[in-house]
Write a protein that binds this ligand. Structure first.
Ligand SMILES: [Zn+2]
Ligand SMILES: [Zn+2]
Length: 273
């Protein structure tokens, strides 16, 4: 019992330290870009951020092994012989690219009727900030880990490349959720910007089922889901109730009717249809 408490404390204290550093970094960045407006935005996003912190703590306690224990990956390293002769940096870059390709299709699946009720919590944030990256239902956290790991491991990537790919995509994920009015000009054709992902979270129906990638916008361009009409200053979130408070949203995917919402509420994307 003592060991479990110690393990949870380790996980939570590491997360708090990590979060503290990211808070300072993103607040300074927002202040440099938007001046006093950053303080107003901070106030406006406060209640959503508290929700995000709550679900983050819930996931850390419920799924500590998922969040931080990566030892199990090493039991698959016998598959990685094919990458031995390739320089490590190249293996890492390919793993990031493949990870984003898998993540793109997994994210499209999350917008289908089957997985949308678990993914809706991520989209219910009406004042998106970098911390929205932590706003995931535990079912969504688990499905992400299982789907991404199965495909990346089956490609034989060595553990160091898998871990590097996950870390890069995770921290880049914080950046694209940040409340920054940044796009990349001509580089938009290759990389996902904060503006591009903000459009993914827009409440308006035209924005639904667009901009699924995390790092490489190439996938959205190739598969016809790229949409960045301008800087994103439209309302964010979901236009119908997906459970309200934390408990309600945690229960939302457990309700049968969440999988058969009224026609106007349905996620319109479907992989393969
Ligand atoms: Zn989504
Ligand atoms: Zn997002």
């Amino acid at each position: 019992m003592i060991e479990i408490i110690y393990e949870i404390w380790n996980v939570v204290s590491t997360a708090i330290l990590n979060l503290g550093m990211l808070s300072v970094l993103f607040f300074l960045l927002a202040f440099l870009v938007k001046g006093k407006e950053a303080v107003t935005a901070f106030r406006n996003s406060f209640s959503n951020s508290m929700f995000n912190l709550s679900i983050m703590c819930f996931n850390l306690i419920l799924l500590p092994m998922v969040a931080f224990n990566v030892d199990w990956i090493y039991s698959f390293d016998y598959l990685s012989a094919i990458w031995v002769s390739v320089p490590e940096i190249l293996v890492i870059l390919v793993a990031i690219f493949c990870g984003d390709f898998i993540g793109y299709w997994r994210h499209r699946l999350e917008h289908t009727r089957l997985l949308w009720p678990s993914h809706a919590m991520h989209h219910s944030d009406t004042h998106m900030t970098w911390l929205t990256l932590q706003r995931f239902h535990p079912f969504n956290r688990l499905s992400t880990m299982v789907i991404d790991s199965i495909f990346l491991l089956s490609l034989g990537f060595p553990p160091y490349a898998l871990i590097a790919s996950n870390l890069v995509r995770h921290y880049y994920g914080y950046f694209i959720h940040a409340d920054l009015p940044w796009d990349y000009g001509r580089w938009n054709k290759i990389f996902v910007s904060p503006v591009m992902h903000r459009w993914h979270h827009a409440a308006e129906s035209a924005a639904h089922n667009t901009n699924f990638a995390t790092v490489f916008s190439i996938f959205d361009r190739v598969f016809g889901t790229y949409r960045v009409p301008s800087l994103c200053n439209v309302p964010l979130g979901i236009s119908y109730n997906v459970g309200g408070n934390l408990i309600g949203q945690l229960l939302y995917p457990l309700k049968f009717r969440s999988y058969f919402p009224q026609r106007k509420n349905r996620p319109t994307n479907s992989v393969g249809s």
